[in-house]
Ligand binder design. Sequence first.
Ligand code: ADP
Length: 183
Amino acid sequence: MNVTVSGRIEVIQGDITKQSVDAIVNAANNSLLGGGGVDGAIHRAAGPELLAECRKLKGCVTGEAEITRGYKLPAQSVIQTVGPVWKGGQYGEDDLLANCYRNSLALAAKHGIKTIAFPSISTGAYRFPVERASKIALTSIKNFLDKNASIEKVIMVCFSDEAYQCYARAMENLQIGKPRSGH
Ligand code: ADP
């Protein structure tokens, strides 16, 4: 097992629904009853049983995380988290976004998950600026991995080239390591 943080975080460009990892994280909304963007893509790929399980959870508070099964996804589990809606930066958005990553990883570790993929939470419909989000996401992931050895791999899955470039730059600026080449 690679225990250095640099080797355990990877940034790729791709579709999170295709990732063969123990768990993928969904950028859901408070109702957990499905939405657009990555949430819609995950529900479409997982099939209707995911929505049926989500209905039983009675929602999720912003910054917190819940776990469900992955159904038809290659990933066994889905960690449902809810990012903050960007309102200009004065409403605790940074901390709430960091909480999403930290709480998702803590829940994953509790369930023995070793490999996990995240989307760029809040940077779509919730309009969080992607450059700011990338620094918060990677710092929060790094801080968690520094204290936890059980999670072997965290993959940041960027959908757009713009997001990929942002996260790749943040990896280098935070000196976490180099992104995977040849994306
Ligand atoms: P939020 O409401 O948290 O902003 P969105 O789903 O609107 O969530 O966007 C979050 C990020 O997920 C955006 O960067 C968007 O481009 C990205 N995204 C959308 N579909 C996928 C997918 N299939 N795989 C990975 N990321 C995706």
